[in-house]
Design a protein around this ligand. Structure first.
Ligand code: MTE
Length: 330
């Protein structure tokens, strides 16, 4: 796989799906398109791009996906290496230290697995995970994820827009919010029962947020199925919100007319609001949200990078909040 990296060696963690060369050639192609001379170059670029997508750590089952063409669907920032993003996790069901989920989540049983879709919908249904996997074509989305604790990462997720699932169950006019209920199994999750949070871990979105094409139902990352610690077998990814909005290991998706009571709001509503849009202008009560560190890249002594409003997705999602006081609805 040496042709996939521009570092001249075969990195075991496949830290970048699309190397610099491919990005550069993409820019070249855009230039050529502008001059109307793209033909052969386009074909060569497409081939290289397809090979680039095949890069995967080779640890788990492959989950191939076409690269997303959605606006905001693929950030060109450097990917966070697989080894870093899978060993520095928040998944409190497996412990509260960042290293705990990678250590402990091997006990999670991801088959059989079902996701019940219910509430204010015309066609409620319990989906088997293997049916969900085939519901819509898989896309590779490269998103930034910003945790409320001040770290961030760039991940090549594999999945499809949550809207694809929502359309199929036909929400009623009463569906104003979506609630995500995640697994709480004390037999396989050693910290379920601890008093750090109420279980199950629950998150939620407003209906228009859930329907936004950037809201992803993710089944994989780096071209493979999700490792357990990252929320196998299915999780949400909402790239313009703090990471805790992205519930892992989802077992139920419920449509409601009322704003769901979400886990972090229930346990510390002064610190974690329902909206939780990434906002450098609204500090967490105990620390600033103006800057962030990229895991695996920015060491403790490195200068932090500026956090962007809506985590950089303002062009795509800003209009969802037109007229809202985002300091009040933090
Ligand atoms: N989902 C569940 N079920 N349990 C959790 O503890 N933690 C959240 C979110 N989803 C969490 C969860 C938080 S705080 C963050 S920052 C992201 O998952 C982290 O996702 P990652 O482990 O892929 O980085």
């Amino acid at each position: 796989m040496h042709f996939l990296t521009d570092r001249g060696f075969n990195h075991p963690h496949a830290s970048e799906i699309t190397p610099r060369r491919a990005y550069d050639s993409r820019r070249d192609v855009l230039k050529l398109l502008a001059t109307g001379a793209a033909g052969a170059t386009m074909a060569a670029w497409a081939g290289r791009e397809a090979r680039a997508q095949a890069t995967r750590p080779g640890r788990l089952a492959a989950l191939p996906a076409a690269r997303s063409a959605l606006a905001g669907g693929v950030t060109m920032e450097k990917l966070t290496p697989y080894a870093d993003l899978t060993t520095y996790n928040n998944f409190y069901e497996f412990g509260t230290d960042k290293g705990d989920p990678a250590q402990n989540a091997h006990t999670l049983k991801i088959r059989p697995w079902t996701v019940a879709v219910e509430g204010e919908v015309k066609k409620p249904k319990v989906f088997d995970i293997d049916e969900l996997l085939k519901l819509s074509p898989m896309e590779e989305r490269v998103y930034r994820l910003r945790c409320v604790e001040g770290w961030s990462m760039v991940v090549p997720w594999v999945g499809y827009s949550l809207a694809e699932l929502i359309k199929r169950v036909e929400p009623t006019g009463n569906a104003k919010f979506v609630e995500f209920v995640t697994l709480a199994d004390p037999k396989t999750m050693p910290f379920v029962g601890s008093r750090v949070l109420e279980w199950p871990y629950i998150e939620g979105l407003r209906m228009d947020e859930a329907m936004h094409p950037l809201t992803l139902l993710a089944f994989g990352l780096y071209g493979e199925v999700l490792p357990n610690q990252s929320g196998a077998p299915v999780r949400a990814v909402v790239p313009w919100k703090y990471g805790f909005k992205s519930g892992k290991s989802i077992v139920k998706i419920r449509f409601t007319d009322k704003q769901p009571a979400t886990s972090w709001v229930k346990s510390a509503s002064q610190e974690y609001g329902f909206y939780s849009n990434v906002n450098p202008g609204v500090d967490h009560p105990r620390w600033s949200q103006a800057t962030e560190r990229r895991i695996g890249e920015d060491g403790l002594l490195a200068k932090k990078r500026a956090t962007l409003p809506f985590n950089g997705y303002e062009p795509q999602v800003g209009q969802l909040y037109a007229g809202m006081d985002l300091k009040k609805f933090y």
